[in-house]
Design a protein around this ligand. Structure first.
Ligand SMILES: NC(=O)c1ccc[n+]([C@@H]2O[C@H](COP(=O)([O-])OP(=O)(O)OC[C@H]3O[C@@H](n4cnc5c(N)ncnc54)[C@H](OP(=O)(O)O)[C@@H]3O)[C@@H](O)[C@H]2O)c1
Length: 417
């Protein structure tokens, strides 16, 4: 059996992490002044003549200490979108790309931070990244290296109003998840703050409400520090977006079923449910978080339109679209527990297998846990409590994949089992 999981997971604190942590203090965040005559440094971008002109009229006086000046900087909400500079990290990801597009469509000045080789397995060249992020000021940098990120942002010579993070580990490896979901995301916060950001929009995940996996702990640690930053600095705010399942996470079986294979599900296919949300709908919700006052300092769970769907219902939908009798393969969830038990024991002998063991736990988690709000009173998942947003339905997505394939819907980089 081959199971694929989207990139995520979790791990431990390194010495590097500790150094980084020490950095995140008010002392470290200092006031910067950059002359408006500083030549523009968007050295890799052929796109930004207009933006540069616009920015050139905006000398930087970015303040990041928790002072009245910081509060003043939050007045970006009173500005027109084309006067608001939004830094997007994770801009080349499944959701990040759509967030960049949406922000550009809404008229914001978007600075998209990207790697020189972006995308799954670094398949995109700089030129391809420019094309993908058309309309944004593309800033090639390294979010995992604070000094590098800081220098890159300094060279832009523009203030940042808002940071939007769509970062996530691509490999899903244990260390990589802490490095990206916690450390690099925090680098983006600290660097963004240094250059004036007074609002941070974080793409998180609804599953962190029941943290059994390391990547969830990494995300929660960053969420906690983000909230603390807002608590301690009146002029700074956040919006934490916790979506339910993405379409890509539910489309993995469409082509197999089209080819005549059964739809595979755990237990009776009703162990879990979700309200899947499309990339454009989620991007729109995230873009709302940039200016909406009612999303300030909020944790925002969000699903797509329509009712919550179990794997059984998703399978039935697929067979209906194909005009075929449903054919299911029901796998006992105990098989996952057995595999995880073996992997956990192997890790004790071969520590290098920690990622494989964690992937097993991730698989088990998503096979049995719903991507819905966990009602604190009943301890049960509640579809009713999970808000819906947008228009795109899973049925339309399945139709599209049946027609056009899964292109653009690839998961992360690891295949396990
Ligand atoms: N899958 C789901 O159903 C689901 C549901 C709810 C929430 N979420 C959450 O949504 C978030 C985003 O997911 P996604 O699918 O959009 O992620 P993704 O497609 O894997 O994109 C990850 C982004 O992070 C960047 N990144 C990763 N490693 C990096 C590194 N070492 N250095 C620099 N940049 C790096 C990637 O850049 P490159 O292009 O250069 O690799 C890319 O821009 C995650 O936090 C996830 O937990 C997912």
């Amino acid at each position: 059996m081959s199971l694929r999981f989207s990139s995520h997971v979790l791990n431990l604190h390194s010495a590097k992490h500790q150094t980084f942590f020490n950095r995140f203090s008010s002392d470290f965040i200092t006031r910067i002044q950059v002359s408006s005559t500083t030549p523009y440094a968007l050295p890799y971008s052929p796109l930004n003549k207009l933006s540069r002109e616009k920015f050139n009229h905006r000398p930087i006086t970015a303040s990041v200490t928790p002072s009245a000046e910081t509060v003043e900087s939050s007045s970006f909400r009173a500005k027109k979108p084309n006067d608001v500079n939004v830094l997007v990290v994770g801009s080349t990801g499944y959701i990040g790309k759509f967030v960049v597009k949406e922000l550009i469509n809404r008229g914001f000045n978007v600075i998209a931070v990207a790697r020189e080789r972006s995308g799954i397995k670094g398949k995109n060249s700089k030129e391809e990244t420019f094309n993908e992020l058309k309309g944004a000021n593309v800033c090639f940098s390294d979010v995992t290296n604070f000094d590098c990120l800081e220098k890159s942002l300094e060279s832009l010579s523009v203030p940042i109003d808002v940071v939007v993070s769509c970062l996530a580990s691509r490999s899903g490896g244990v260390k990589d998840s802490w490095k990206i979901d916690y450390e690099a995301t925090k680098n983006s916060l600290v660097a963004g703050r240094k250059f004036g950001a007074s609002h941070f929009v974080l793409l998180s995940a609804i599953c962190v409400q029941k943290p059994l996996l390391e990547f969830q702990r990494a995300k929660l640690k960053f969420e906690a520090e983000l909230m603390k930053e807002a608590e301690e600095n009146g002029g700074f705010s956040y919006s934490i977006v916790r979506p339910t399942a993405f379409f890509k996470s539910l489309g993995g079986q469409v082509e197999l079923v089209k080819d005549g294979k059964p739809y595979v599900m755990f237990g009776d296919g009703k162990l879990c449910a979700c309200k899947p949300i499309s990339e454009p709908d989620l991007a729109s919700f995230i873009a709302d978080c940039v200016l909406s006052e009612d999303k300030i300092n909020q944790i925002l769970p969000i699903g797509g339109p329509g009712k919550a769907l179990t794997p059984l219902e998703q399978g039935e939908m697929l067979f209906k679209l194909l005009g075929r009798e449903p054919k299911f393969l029901k796998v006992p969830i105990g098989i996952m527990d057995f595999a995880i038990g073996i992997l956990d024991n192997l890790v004790k002998i071969f520590p290098s297998m920690e990622d494989a063991a964690e992937f097993g736990k991730i698989g088990r988690y998503y096979a049995a846990e719903s991507m819905l709000i966990l009602d604190p009173e009943t301890g049960e998942y509640s579809a009713e409590m999970t808000p819906s947003y947008g228009n795109d339905t899973l049925e339309e997505f399945f139709e599209r994949v049946l027609r056009e394939g899964m292109s653009g819907q690839e998961l992360g980089e690891q295949t396990i089992f």
